[in-house]
Write a protein of this length. Sequence first.
Length: 500
Amino acid sequence: MEVFKTIFLLYFLILEKVIPQTCPSSSTTSYGSPLIHDDHTATVGSNGPVVLEDTEFLDEMSHFDRERIPPRVVHAKGFGASGYFEVTNDITKYSAAKVFSQIGKKTPIAVRLSSTLSDQGIADTIRDVRGFSVKFYTEDGIWDLVGNDFPVFFIRDPRLFPHVIHALKRHPTTNLFNATTRWDFYTLRPETAHIVMWLYSDMGTPYSMRHINGYGVNTFKLVNKSGQHVYCKFHLYSRQGIKNYSGKEAAAIQASDLDIYQRDMFNNIAKGNYPSWTMHIQVMTQNQADTSTFNIFDDTKVWPEDQYPLIEVGRLTLTKNPINYFEEVEQIAFCPTRMVPGIRPSVDRMLHGRLYSYTDTQLYRLGANYMQLPINRPCNVQNYQRDGKMTFYSQGGAVNYHPNSFGGPNASHWAQSLSSPYFTSGVVGVYDNGDEDNFSQATYFYKHRLDDAGRNNFIENVFDELRNAERFIQKKAIKMFKKIDESLAQNLATKLNSAK
Ligand code: HEM
């Protein structure tokens, strides 16, 4: 065990550059050799061809040719910052996770805020769902809370994820965003109705990312030290308040500033005006879940706050901009699989789909050892995983199989006691869940969350996009809106008819 610790410490010291390396004062090749020249290739005479022996040029160019990595398949455009999470309320009766263990306890965090459907170069203020991902570097490893700024999602079965993304992103022929495919999908899969209300309200065009909330969306389980569980939703409420642009204001900004959200966040943090969010949870006992009038694992539904009140947990504060965007933001990898003892997945189908997809895409986007990159690296890895492309740390000479008689690490009894085993049985099959009360919460949103001005803007925002869809799709959309609110459907139909 001692040997193992020493190896780990040595690795850590080298990686953290505590052990100094000799640094050349000149610029160098990638292999550290001082450069002969920075700005010119070696040629045959002053006007002749470049020679292959100019290895400096080859070295620089071949690295440049590989600078870009695949963008995220969704949430491609984003920016990040780091800071800390501080516990402000005792929730240990619900969860034994060490990150919540004591009021006043601080845990370092890294956050990435993103647009969902945009490409990397597109304007920040286009209508979109915003991603709000938080990486907690806890003493028990990484906990990733990968959320959005709306509490609900488009679909409730992960099989449909590639389809909703294809329908909402660029068309395969024109490579343009396409109102027909979007509204075709919405109307054919009416479980989208609730998020459509959020997305086409002014919530779809926030004033800044400091003024959005974050929601974990999926249902998780919290497990306390006695092994008892509750179901849980995570919410991050902006302490700056919610503030939005109208559709017209957002469009006007696109003409002058593509990156207004990133600029706003960067400048505020740089000025010391640190943005912060309050973490709340909603909890539900197994008994409440069993008798709930709605499916608590359906991510197109919210849990009414009057029945499941918000419980404060702590505060997230962002205090530091990245020093290197690529290292700290492009290479950061969030994944709902990363949970710590005291936080577990529920049987939420969408969450299960996510548990597979993120790691899979990150292995492709970043490579086999992306968890060893400094921004992703937990403080405490000791296991039997070894090697692979771009290994920085293969755990030295530590024993690499289990069981062993050489003091290699074993699973934790404590983590086991918090694993929350559960009974399940049933017939394996394909069950259609497309028709589980798609409209009542959408109606509630339209009638009670929006005021008159909000409702007018909603109609205006839908009209702005839907007028570009084919006529038969417009009719289907009106039919869908009728199920949400008659007057909404009527007003929209009148506008669309007069625009023909
Ligand atoms: C079955 C449903 C879903 C699947 C298969 C899925 C898949 C993905 C994939 C493949 C990525 C790219 C990850 C990367 O390249 O690092 C991603 C990113 C993301 N997803 Fe999902 N997603 C799903 C649902 C959701 C839901 C419900 C939410 C909101 C709670 C969400 C929030 C995010 C966020 C915020 C990111 C960006 C993470 C970052 O900043 O790097 N996704 N998703």
